[in-house]
Design a protein around this ligand. Sequence first.
Ligand SMILES: *Cc1c(COP(=O)(O)O)cnc(C)c1O
Length: 362
Amino acid sequence: MSLAEQALAYVRAISPYQPGKPITELAREMGIPVGSIVKLASNENPLGMSPKAKQAVQAAIDGIERYPDQFELIAKVAQRCGVAQEQIVLGNGSNDVLDLIARVFLAPGRSAVFAQHAFAVYPLATLSTGAELIATPAKNYGHDLDAMLAAIRPDTRIVWIANPNNPTGNFLPYAEVRAFLEKVPAEVVVVLDEAYNEYIPPAERVDTAAWVKEFPNLVVCRTFSKIFGLAGLRVGYALASAEVAGLMNRVRQPFNVNNLALAAAAAALDDEEFVSASYQLNRRGMAQIVGGLEKLGLEHIPSYGNFVTFRAGNAGSVNQKLLQQGVIVRPIGGYGLPEWLRVTIGTEAENARFLEALAKAL
Ligand SMILES: *Cc1c(COP(=O)(O)O)cnc(C)c1O
């Protein structure tokens, strides 16, 4: 007897998540020194973490024997977003929060809608509950909200939307998102994942936290992993109605965010200088990489995130040649885009290294 046969069929059917290749793994495989590898594969912040967050982590080491208290970070996020503390749910990364929403609303016999080429965690969170996943075809590589609305069935309880989307970088103007929210049935939760919110030009950003008061079925998710530079500490949060947040908190592990992460996130929220420097570096780096891709005659998808996806033809071979030169980007065949590669915007020097290596790889 194989024990796997005893496992839930819907768990066995899940394809595993493929993370960006760690620097240490490439170093082991190719014998390249860690220091000469450039990783532009996981949309991490090339500036590292805010110095204020670093100080907060160091200070929080005293007290690590105690269980964490989420109060301070929740109070800060609530104040920043203009919502009540009861409307906030913290996660061990925002992936954790996505999972909590799925566990509250999905089960076998229910379904969730997501868009082709959208973030891989939506299928994972959905399928791990035994619910059915309904994928709608992409429009210009991004979400087609009309198709998503039409795909909603009586058993649908969640619609997943990433704005901007990863890995394509597409952005839905907020007027379209709002029109969608006005049409979605009240019993369907709309998850608006804004992991890259802080990279959207301010003129195009909208206060979606305020929408949570208007739409009780809206859950907005954000993360400290991207512009705040805390991917390794794992902190994210959801903004929801107090009712939905309360349900998510029932299935949440009581101590899901650790002391160091809580301290770092609270300090990072206050470090506007670091966030602004990260935003500016990304704007310049995006122009540098997009300019370089155009020079090489490569098509790209205009991106609102800290990464850009480009058509590399034989992406497997190009990726291999980049790896041999110590440059890690992200193949996205698993997202239904086998000819494309996604590159994270790095520092000016990292971007130049990538473009040089890419020219050779082609
Ligand atoms: C990176 C990312 C997240 C955040 O993941 P964490 O678990 O917070 O590190 C969420 N959604 C999307 C679309 C992302 O790209």
